[in-house]
Design a protein around this ligand. Sequence first.
Ligand code: HEC
Ligand code: HEC
Length: 320
Amino acid sequence: MKKLLKIVGITLLCIVLILFAIFLIINFRGIPVYETQAVNHTVISTPKSVQRGKKLATMLCAGCHMSSETGKLTGKLMLDGPPEFGEIYSLNITQDKTYGIGNWTDGELIYLLRTGIRKNGAYAPPYMAKLPNMADEDVDAIVSFLRSDDPIVSADPTPDQESKPSFLTKFLCTVAFKPFPMPDQVIAMPDTTNKVELGKYLALNLDCFSCHSADFKTVDYLMPENSKGYFGGGNKLLNMEGDVMITPNLTPDNETGIGAWTEGQFVKAVRFGIVDGQEALRYPMMPYTQLTQKEAAAIFTYLQSIPPISNKVERSIIEQ
Ligand code: HEC
Ligand code: HEC
């Protein structure tokens, strides 16, 4: 009996030591670093591509990278990230050669936006957006905008602040979160005359689906439709004050989703944050004023075409 206890004791001790060693290795090594792959592609900028890129970047990048101090995309502390992820700063992505992306090639930018691997090889954890399904033309447009003479991207020497990712972030980036593959085929723009196709493209690439599905942990970024509770809502997000904001169900279910909404109501909610008879939509649901009426209506048409999910979501109540 005593011998057995001793064996159990030694085994447990070994397990604890091994776990501690793993902890030390992951904590010391930090966020994994990958080999980068050269992408030989030079973006051809036109006034139209810069304008398109500005529209996309305003909806997709500015929320995280815009600093209220500089009025430019110089990065900031992410207040609405889950605290378990650590202290996270977005980075300076103006054209500054030292702190910004002035020294990055177009290929390096595209490689990061597609895969999540930075110029220095470091993996950008899920708190940095990735664009695995966006059309090549639109990714190029974002790069054209970052290279343009728009004041929000002009060189600004605000130093980057290094994030302090938690052990959990390092651990998840070691075992669970992996870079996306670099697409090996051309990704074409949607047929903009087909409302469902255009709406689907926007609903996926403006990232409506990840917030509005069941949980970020079960979102499938490469095959969005495989995400758990696809557009059925219930994902718990944080606002800037740390209050939990639950996302509504956007499937065409009549009772719990938006099956009974009209196109006009939806367009008003998405573009201006206005829902009749209710308080305005609040952060992190930002009004998409850059979307045209036609684009917002296309998203509605697409959402009405997906399978309904019955999932009642109560609107978050925030104590003032
Ligand atoms: C949800 C917040 C968020 C969004 C949205 C976002 N970013 Fe980021 N971005 C970050 C954070 C945080 C980092 C730092 C990542 C890290 O520490 O690894 C980052 C890093 C970067 C970097 C790397 C800079 C460097 O010096 O290594 C670039 C470039 C970048 N983002 C561009 C963009 C572009 C372009 C968009 C829009 C398509 C975008 N980001 C959208 C949060 C975001
Ligand atoms: C960052 C996460 C996030 C993203 C991205 C996002 N939403 Fe939302 N959305 C929310 C949250 C949270 C609410 C609830 C806000 C509230 O309760 O005030 C909401 C509310 C809504 C509503 C109101 C529904 C209702 O039943 O009242 C609509 C419609 C909507 N979003 C559509 C969209 C569309 C379309 C997109 C993409 C273009 C989108 N959302 C992108 C988080 C997000």
